[in-house]
Every structure is written in structure tokens, then in C-alpha cells.
Design a binder for this molecule. Sequence first.
Ligand code: TEU
Length: 585
Amino acid sequence: MSEVDDDWWRAAVVYQVYPRSFADASGDGIGDLRGILSRLDHLQELGVDAVWLGPVYPSPQADNGYDVADYLDVDPLFGTLRDLDELIEALHARGVRFIMDVVLNHTSDQHPWFLASRSGKDDPKRDWYWWRAPRPGHAPGTPGAEPNNWQAAFSGSAWRFDASTGEYYLQVFSAAQPDLNWENPAVRSALHDVLRFWLARGVDGFRMDVINFVSKDPALPDGPSGRGSRFGDGAPYIDGPRIHEFLAELRREVLGNRRDVVLIGEMPLTTIEHASRYTDPTNGEVDMVVHFKHMGLDHGPGGKWDPRPLDVRALKATLAAWQSGLAERGWNSLYLSSHDQPRHVSRFAPAQQDRAVAAKAIATALHLQRGTPFVYQGEELGLTNAPIDTPDDLHDIESRNHYLEEVAVGRDAEAVLAGMRPLARDTSRTPMPWDERPHGGFTHGVPWAPVASDHLDANAADQRADPDSVFHHYRRLIDLRHTEPAVVHGVLTLLLDAHPQVYAFTRQLGTTALLVVANLGGSPTTADIGGDAWRGGELRLLSGRDVASLRERTRQGLRDGTVELDGWDAVIVQRHDDASGRPAV
Ligand code: TEU
């Protein structure tokens, strides 16, 4: 075993808990730490290796905690620091690691650092954030007076005018989230202290929010005009000039030579070239990158609010490029869902009756790739998008700002909502359905958002009791990763790249080979895997509407390399080659 093989996170599956919506013990309708503590059996049975907990810091909750007002405490909304200590301990007692979400690109506008910075131009913390004078020749605070043309992620300019000192501050997300100035060594050192504080409390890793945005060219040049100046490709704050230096410094300062703590870099809009540098172990930056290239494939010319159907060929091409780009050096994360994305079953399989089989096929295609899979709470139940019926169902800052901005310029409210339904973040943030009790057993009070009615039918208790459920399919996929090193380390070769709905590839590690064939469409199709190389292969895991028939079809089909697949069928076949590399079965 090399040092690389020893990294626990390479063979791990990470479960994402979105604190507000996981489980509410207090009855105030909002999820909390004691709620999570009451649901650890679910996680243990699923078999996940680590939990990534979304932000629980004291926060005005402008962006559900991604606006941190104190890095060293817990918001009373979620509990206490003691509750968090207890959660870390309880997870460890079950052999599950704990990953803390850290938001180091920006703070809340209520963080004491920002309050000091804002208080006057001479304040010692003035330079902890990005303050700039209005453009010469423009009246301060009027359109066009912003220091550059950057647009914020959550609508409007990325600059907010502060009348008390007559300057603008940079806020790449929202006005409630001013960007920290990492050029200032005191800022970096204060953030290193934050990470040390959590390490001392026993955390096993950090998920670092938008960490590839922290290096900005101090000249703050305009972005490309038009769409490029919006939050998107080409924005000058992405993978900025000193980003690799800052990340290497962070690891050195905080972890030294420790290899047991995982650093996960959430990096919107980063490229394969940068990601391979970020995750090359010899560079000592982060261990894995959460990229977004596959999450933009169904954005239309007008961006995420102008969605178009997802093309399976484009998905395969994008993920395959990341697989091969990070094959020699670097490491991928694997995900299709998160609190920032819609439920992927709705994204791939609009027909409601396909929910469970679609969830299984998609999970098979994702989990058998090389990288660390992430399971977003409820994904293991195959949950679909929560409905957005009225503007009252929009709770997210991104959604609300967009809706209000569009309606303010006279667009038809229903048309705006229709454009938002497929991809709004609200679709995946609703409370977990645990059982058949009111509100799915999420709370004994009134939940902050309703539990969708069809989520109740997919509740966790029923699925844990049903060996054919989506839950148990995820459990088997996770178990396969834990028991079969080829799933973790095998070389991935994409097959059938031009097929419009079959996702197929092989994994090879030494004399073990795996074949994965998943029909990511609701209609029957044929997968021509070429020749009889898989004849007699062992059928490891199958899912579909009729598994007995699929087993028979696959056995037959492997003789000549043509597998007949019903809609959403998926198969994993294993082969043991002899030392010369020839099939031995
Ligand atoms: O998200 C980063 C991010 O840029 C996107 O995922 C974002 O949600 C998307 O572009 C919106 O269309 C991280 C967090 O995961 C997200 O919840 C926060 O809102 C964001 O950073 C700011 O902290």
C-alpha cells in the first residue's frame, strides 16, 4: 500500500446534512443538532464514512448560514457548541468522520470584523475587506459608479455603496456577504486560527466554500463584457493569481504534515487544469475539488433561469473529461445533488412513475466512478423536486432576489416562476421525510417549509424496511466501494460515448475488471459493449423495473456483447482476469 492508498477519504462516501432540514428535535420547525443526533442509525445503516454538516455558525441566515457572524460558535437556532461536540463524539463512536463546512471567502455583514471595517476608513480592519472609491466622474451610489463591472451571484452589482464612508465594498454573492481581503496576511492568519479551533474540537476535515474565489487581482479589473461580466465563466475572481499559493499556505499552516484531515475545495467554475494542480498531493493544496462543470449543462443561453433538457451525452463527455483529467494526478468528488442543486431525479427523469428505478440507475452510474461520492440528504430516498407553487415557496436568497428583480422590471410573475421551477435551490432544501407521522416526523412543531406530499410516500422508515428500496440500493453501492478496491482505484474507460441514453464504462485494477452499464432513459434500448469479453462475468448489482428479467437478459447478452435494457435498467458485472490480462471467466 502506498501513502496514497492510505488516505481514508479515497475509499469514503460522504453524506451531506443540511442542518435546517434534516431533523428538528426542539419543535421550532427548524432542524437542529439534537435532531441530527437522533437520526444517526439511518446514517450508520446506509454505511457512509463521513458527514459533512452545512454551516451552523451564528448567522443572520441571509443565505442559510453561508453568512457567518461568528466562526467559533453555534447559532442557538441549531443548538450549542456542546451539542456539536456531542455530535462529533457520537459520530466517531459509530466510526463516522465529521467534516465542517467553512466559509472563508466572505463573512456576514454582521460579523464583528466587518462592523469594524465599515466603521471608518482608518479602522485597523478597514483593509480586511475590499473597499473602493466610486468611479471618477460618477455620482457615488448611482448606476455606473461601481468600481468595476462585476455582477453578484445573487443579483445586481457585486459592489454595495456604503454612504457613511462614501466607498463601495465587494460582495460577490450578496450585500449580506462581504468578501474578505486575502491579500492581507492578517486575514489569512485569522482564518487559519479558525480552522485550528475546529481541529482541536476533533473535526476530521473541512469543506471549504467557494475557496477558489479567495484570490482576487488587487487591480480588480473589469470582467469580460456581457454575460462574462456576470457571475460565471471568465469572471476574474475565479482561480485568481495567488490561489495556489494561498491554499498551499493554508495546509502548511493549519495541518503541517497531517494527512488524516481531508480538505475539500468547493470550486465553482474551476477548470480541469486548475483542479489537477489543486489536488496533486505533491502540491499540498486540497485533497479533492467539487467542480460545477456538469451542473451547468442544462443552463440555457439565459443561464440557470433559462433551463434546457439535460443531454446524457454531454454529461458523459464532461464527467469523462474530469475522470481522465485527474486520473494521473489529483482526485475527483462525485455528486449530482446538493443544497445548491435541484433533486437530480427530477433533473434526469421527469416522469414521476420512474422515480425509484431512475434514482437507482443514476446512482449506479455515479458511484462506480473514480472519486469520492457525496450523498445529499434525501438523495438516498430518491426524492424529487419539492413543488414551487407560489412565490411564498421561494425562501432562498438567490431565488427571491431573482424573482423580485424580474417582477420589478415588469416580467409576468407566472412566467418568471415557471423558469425557476426546474433549477431553483428551494427544490431540494425542504425537510426530510422520516416516517408516516405528520410532517414526515421531521418536527413536532410547524416545519419552516412543507414536507412535499410525495416525499411522504418515499419516507425513510418505509425504505429501510424494504430491501428493494432506493435506500438499500445506495447501501449496496456504498458496500461495494468498501469491499472492492477496483471501485476506489480502478482505471475508468468510457464506452459508448455517443449513445444518447446509455452510460457505460469499465474499471480495471490489476486482474479485477468491472463493467457498468446504466440506461439513463425511460425507454428500452440496446447496449453494444462489443464482443464476448464479459461472457460469464459475475453479476454484482442489478436494478430496474424487473430485475429477474434483467438478470436473464444480461446473462444472455454478455455472450455476444449486446445487452437489452429496459428503461432505467442498470447492471454491474465483475470479471477476474488471469495475470496476462485475459478474461479468466
Ligand atoms: O455555493 C457556491 C456557488 O457558487 C453555487 O453553488 C451557487 O449556489 C450557485 O451558483 C447559485 O446559482 C456555495 C454554497 O454551497 C452556497 O449555498 C452559498 O450560497 C454560496 O457558496 C455562498 O456562500
